[in-house]
Design a protein around this ligand. Structure first.
Ligand SMILES: Cc1cc2nc3c(=O)[nH]c(=O)nc-3n(C[C@H](O)[C@H](O)[C@H](O)COP(=O)(O)O)c2cc1C
Length: 184
């Protein structure tokens, strides 16, 4: 299996409106594959403007926020592509779509890295951050997964949150749990 990095992908609509979405980008030699499921704004945007930014951030509120309707995260112009990057990114990679492998369910956009930049140091691993990412993935699949599976995975992930979260991780977790509780 190829390596996947959980990132925040920024794309733009033709009019330049920025879209922010958590996506697992797939390692592909020196480049990355972005594989959005249909239907998705990221997919439409990549077709309209074939550039993206992979934002590497440890602020897990952006992951949880995007899945709970909190999408107003600050962005800054990128250096080489017409797509802004996240202001809170520790680092980012600017991507240009080189080719598209069409698929009924999940087209694959093969991207070349045109520029990379670092903005702040990596501060080390935090288990609550990993737990929030896992919970965000569960929340993105709430409509697909059985309730018991969601409940048991959340019970396990909550241990790391209780033991190791800082305020940002706790806030992100609370947003996700609110959505889980509200699910039909
Ligand atoms: C960590 C993480 C990784 C994700 N990776 C993908 C992905 O690779 N492809 C995808 O379609 N959705 C992925 N999702 C779900 C999307 O973030 C979500 O469906 C989002 O709304 C994308 O659709 P949009 O472009 O319309 O916003 C992921 C969610 C999380 C939390």
């Amino acid at each position: 299996m190829p390596m996947i990095r959980e990132t925040i992908v920024t794309t733009v609509r033709a009019k330049g409106i920025v879209h922010i979405a958590p996506l697992g980008i797939i390692a592909d030699g020196d480049g990355w594959i972005i594989a959005p499921f249909r239907p998705s704004t990221t997919l439409e945007n990549l077709r309209a403007v074939p550039f993206a930014v992979a934002n590497y951030t440890d602020d897990v509120r952006v992951f949880a926020g995007c899945l709970t309707g909190r999408t107003s995260w600050s962005t800054i112009a990128s250096d080489k592509v017409p797509v802004p990057r996240l202001a809170v990114a520790l680092a980012h990679a600017e991507l240009a779509v080189e080719s598209i492998v069409e698929d009924e369910q999940r087209p694959r956009f093969r991207c070349r890295v045109v520029h990379r930049a670092s903005h702040a140091p990596f501060a080390g691993f935090n288990r609550a951050q990993a737990a929030v990412i896992e919970a965000a993935i569960l929340v993105s699949r709430l409509h697909l997964l059985p309730r018991e599976k969601i409940a048991s995975e959340i019970a396990y992930l909550e241990i790391a949150v209780t033991k190791t979260a800082g305020p940002a991780e706790q806030e992100a977790w609370d947003w996700l749990m609110e959505k889980v509780r509200a699910a039909p």
